[in-house]
Design a protein around this ligand. Structure first.
Ligand code: SF4
Length: 308
C-alpha cells in the first residue's frame, strides 16, 4: 500500500485506494440483508443506540424488504450508469450483519457469488457479535474477494458508549480486532465526531488509539440527529449541542493527524435524507464539508499520520 504523501493527498482517500488496488472505478453497493440488531430486538436491549434509525443510514432500508439479489443487481446498474463503475464491493450495511446462525449468514453472503464484477465483500457489525466461527466463514470469501469487516466503535470512551446505549465496551472492540487481525480480513472502524459530552481531547484520544492500532480503514462520521430518535429528545432538552461545520472540520483535521498514514479513510462525511434530518444541516453539503477539511489541512500543513 502506498504512503499517502507520495500522491500529495493529505489523507488516504478510499477512491485512491480502490484505484490503486483494482485499477478501475469501484462502486460500493450497500444492502439491507434483513438482519436485526441485538441492541434493538431485546437480545441485549430494546432501545438501540440513541442516534439510530437505519432508514436514515441505509437507502435499501427505506424501501419495502426486497431480496438481496435484487438490491445487488440494482446497485450494480446504478453504479455503472451514474458512476461509470466497472467493479463492485457489496456492503452488508443495515443493522448487525453477523447476527444469526452460520448457515443463514452463509446463505446471505453467498448472494454475491451470483454476480460478475464483484471484487469485494464488506460486512458491517457490532464488535461484540463476532466469534471464530463467523470469522472463519467471512474469511472463506477472501479466496475470491477482498474482504472487509466494519466494526461500529464510535468512541473509545466507555462513558460515552454507555451514554449512547451501545451496550458494548471499548474492550469488546479490542478483542474483535485481535480475533480478526490474524486473518485475511481487512478491518475498518466506524467512529463518530461530536458525540454528546465528548471534548476535543476525548475525540483525539480515540484518534490516537486508532493510530496505535494501525487499522486498514476508518470511517469518520459527523454526528447528526435523526427525527424521532432519543438523541433528538436529548438535543431538545438542551442536554448537549451539535458541532458547527468549522468545529467539525477543525477536529476532523486533527483526528487525521493521529491516524496511521496507510489507514484508508473510507469516509469523512455523512448521508441523511433531508426529511429525516434534524441537524446539523451542513452535513447535506458534502462538497462544502470536504472543502473545509482540505482547507484546514492545508492551512495547518497537516498530513494523515503527522505534519510535513
Ligand atoms: S448497533 Fe447499529 S443497528 Fe444496532 S442500535 Fe446501534 S446503530 Fe442501530
Amino acid at each position: 500500500m502506498k504512503m499517502k504523501r507520495e500522491n500529495q493527498d493529505r489523507y488516504y482517500k478510499f477512491s485512491a485506494y480502490l484505484k490503486e488496488r483494482f485499477g478501475c472505478r469501484v462502486h460500493k453497493v450497500s444492502i439491507d440483508a434483513g438482519f436485526s440488531c441485538p441492541n434493538k430486538d431485546g437480545k441485549i436491549s430494546k432501545d438501540g443506540c440513541v442516534y439510530c434509525d437505519n432508514k436514515a443510514f441505509s437507502f435499501n432500508t427505506r424501501l419495502p424488504a426486497r431480496p438481496i439479489e435484487i438490491q445487488i443487481a440494482e446497485g450494480i446498474n446504478l453504479g455503472r450508469k451514474r458512476y461509470e463503475a466497472q467493479k463492485f464491493i457489496v456492503y452488508f450495511q443495515a443493522h448487525t450483519n453477523t447476527y444469526g446462525p452460520l448457515d443463514i449468514l452463509k446463505k446471505k453472503y453467498d448472494a454475491i457469488r451470483r454476480f460478475d464484477d464483484i471484487v469485494g465483500l464488506s460486512v458491517g457489525t457490532r464488535p461484540d457479535f463476532i466469534n471464530e466461527e463467523i470469522l472463519d466463514l467471512i474469511e472463506s470469501y477472501s479466496k475470491d474477494y477482498e474482504v472487509w469487516i466494519e466494526y461500529g466503535l464510535q468512541s473509545i470512551h466507555n462513558k460515552t458508549l454507555a451514554f449512547i446505549n451501545r451496550n458494548h465496551l471499548y474492550e469488546d472492540f479490542l478483542k474483535a480486532v485481535e480475533l480478526t487481525r490474524k486473518r485475511n480480513i481487512k478491518i475498518c472502524a466506524h467512529v463518530i465526531i461530536g458525540l454528546p459530552h465528548e471534548t476535543k481531547e476525548d475525540i483525539l484520544e480515540t484518534a490516537k488509539e486508532l493510530g496505535r492500532l494501525r487499522l486498514d480503514g476508518v470511517k469518520i462520521h459527523p454526528l447528526y440527529i435523526i427525527r424521532g430518535t432519543k438523541l433528538e429528545e436529548l438535543l431538545k432538552s438542551g442536554s448537549f449541542t451539535i458541532l458547527e461545520l468549522e468545529e467539525f472540520a477543525e477536529v476532523a483535521t486533527e483526528f487525521l493527524k493521529y491516524l496511521w498514514p496507510n489507514t484508508v479513510i473510507q469516509r469523512i462525511t455523512a448521508d441523511c435524507p433531508r426529511d429525516l434530518l434534524v441537524g446539523p444541516l451542513w452535513i447535506l453539503e458534502k462538497g462544502l464539508v470536504l472543502d473545509s477539511i482540505e482547507k484546514k489541512l492545508a492551512a495547518k500543513d497537516i498530513f494523515q499520520g503527522g505534519s510535513s
